[in-house]
Every structure is written in structure tokens, then in C-alpha cells.
Write a protein that binds this ligand. Structure first.
Ligand code: JD8
Length: 262
């Protein structure tokens, strides 16, 4: 997969030289380039912002450098190597929520182009114009306010890279399956079995794989009901059996409506 990032803070992306993302870059799974937006300015001050039309606080990113950046990184014509136009992703608090499902979708693309805004954001015409030639998605990490799009790109790229073929081994595919069951994970423990007076739950040391699986499922259900009632409500009636319902009831949780016969 090819990835281009445009930002006024290219140094923000230093973590992409570390760990599994660095490895994916080194073995060619990920072809990543970070570009300084100011490359595409022409004035002595390399200006990227101006005052907002309509008034209000702060500054807005001028369209001209962005237009030139996108022209350079997403040429109209198919390039000699035959690659297609990129998918343009623009982090914004007004974007569609980034989810694991979107990470899977993006992992299937051959070329991603990230545009990192700062200040009050990018002149909307940049996105309008880009949408005449490529797929454009404004995407949000969540309902809180950041200074700019850089951290969002780090998050999205990490979520996508770990889904690329060969980046994770067996552990990865199993991990994805567990996310797919729609519950939070049960807590994990390692040695020593007793630490500062805190014990590893006895069941995990029992060697009884049936009991362990049931305990983990119960813990997953209880912490999901406690922390993410929205996820419990989203479960289909068939995904909770009688045993699951009993565990939630014992934990004092109101059961979501469903087929009581199950
Ligand atoms: C991009 C500029 C800051 C946005 C005024 C100051 C994502 N979940 C998220 N929260 N915030 C962002 C985000 C914030 C950004 C930019 C993403 C570019 N800002 C601006 C408009 C209102 N603030 C984000 N993804």
C-alpha cells in the first residue's frame, strides 16, 4: 500500500520510524512518504493560512498550496506504473467516525492520501475540488477537540497497517475474530501469580479450558455492560444465549430485549 501524508508539521510523524510500522515500511508492505505543505507555497513567508470569510476567530488554511499538493500527489492521468487515484482522507471533528470497519475498508485500498489541517481547518473548496477527481472522506477520531489532523493520521495509519497482509502473524487474525464478537475483552494476567498482594484469578490457573472460556466470556459481558452499554444494546438477540443472560443478571444488569426462548 502507498501512503502520502501532507502536513505543516512533518516532524510529527517520527513515530512512523518505529516498531511494526517501520518494519512494514522496510519490507515494502507500506510505501510511506511525508510531505511538508509549505513545499507548495511560493511567497517568502511560505504562508499557508488566512483570515476566515464571514469573520470569527482563528485562521483558515488557504486553498492554493493544498491544490498544488494534491495535483502533485494525485495526478489526473494514470501514472506509468498504472496506479489509480488515491483515496483522500481528511481528519476533521466534523467527519464520519473512524471505526474498525473503516480500517478494514482502508486496508483494501492501494493508495491513501492524508491531508492534515491545522488552525480552524482547510478551505472547504479544496475538498470540493478534490472530490471531482477522487474519493474524499472527512473522518473524525471521536467527540473531543484536537489542534489538528496529525494525531488522527497516526491513529488511522496504525489501525490500517496492522491489517495489511503479513504485518501480524497468527495472533493478529485471532485478535480480529475476538473484536468481531462485539464485546470488550476480558482482563489479562501474567506471572507472578501473586503480586503485591493481588492474585491472578484461580480459574485461569486451573487448566480447565472450558471453565476459563466461560469465565472470560462472563468478564467480557460484565465489563461491556458496565463500560459500553451501547455495545450491549447493539448485540443481536441471537448473540446472547441463556448462559450469557444469566451472567449479566447476576452482575445486576438490565438485559436488552431479546428472544427469551434462546
Ligand atoms: C483536524 C484543525 C482544530 C477544528 C476548531 C481548533 C479528528 N476527533 C477530532 N477532534 N479534532 C479533530 C481535528 C481538529 C482539527 C483539525 C482534526 C484541523 N483542527 C480545529 C475545527 C474547530 N479547532 C479530530 N480527526
Amino acid at each position: 500500500m502507498r501512503v502520502d501524508i501532507v502536513s505543516i508539521f512533518p516532524e510529527y510523524f517520527a513515530p512512523l520510524d518505529l516498531s511494526l510500522i517501520a518494519k512494514a515500511r522496510a519490507n515494502g508492505t507500506l510505501r510511506l512518504a511525508v510531505h511538508d505543505l509549505r513545499t507548495w507555497t511560493h511567497d517568502v513567508h511560505r504562508t499557508v493560512d488566512d483570515t476566515p470569510y464571514g469573520g470569527g476567530p482563528g485562521m483558515v488554511m488557504r486553498p492554493e498550496p493544498w491544490g498544488e499538493a494534491l495535483d502533485a500527489l494525485a495526478p489526473d492521468e494514470l501514472s506509468p506504473d498504472g496506479h489509480t487515484l488515491p483515496r483522500l482522507l481528511v481528519p476533521s471533528p466534523a467527519g464520519v467516525p473512524f471505526t474498525q470497519a473503516m480500517a478494514h475498508e482502508l486496508a483494501g485500498e492501494s493508495h491513501l492520501l492524508f491531508a492534515c489541517g491545522r488552525y480552524e481547518g482547510i478551505d472547504q473548496r479544496v475538498l470540493e475540488h478534490a472530490a471531482t477527481r477522487m474519493r474524499v472522506t472527512e473522518v473524525s477520531l471521536g467527540d473531543y477537540v484536537l489542534f489538528g489532523g496529525e494525531v488522527a493520521v497516526l491513529v488511522i495509519l496504525e489501525a490500517v497497517t496492522r491489517l495489511l497482509p503479513g504485518v501480524l502473524g497468527n495472533a493478529g487474525s485471532l485478535d480480529e475474530e475476538s473484536h468481531a464478537h462485539g464485546l470488550l475483552e476480558a482482563p489479562m494476567y501474567t506471572k507472578p501469580s501473586s503480586w503485591r498482594g493481588h492474585e491472578v484469578p484461580e480459574v485461569l490457573r486451573s487448566g480447565d479450558h472450558g471453565r476459563i472460556a466461560r469465565w472470560r466470556r462472563d468478564e467480557a459481558l460484565l465489563r461491556t455492560a458496565d463500560r459500553r452499554p451501547d455495545m450491549i444494546a447493539a448485540l443481536s438477540a441471537e448473540s446472547l444465549d441463556k448462559r450469557d443472560r444469566a451472567a449479566l443478571e447476576r452482575g445486576g444488569f438490565q438485559l436488552p430485549p431479546g428472544d427469551v426462548a434462546k
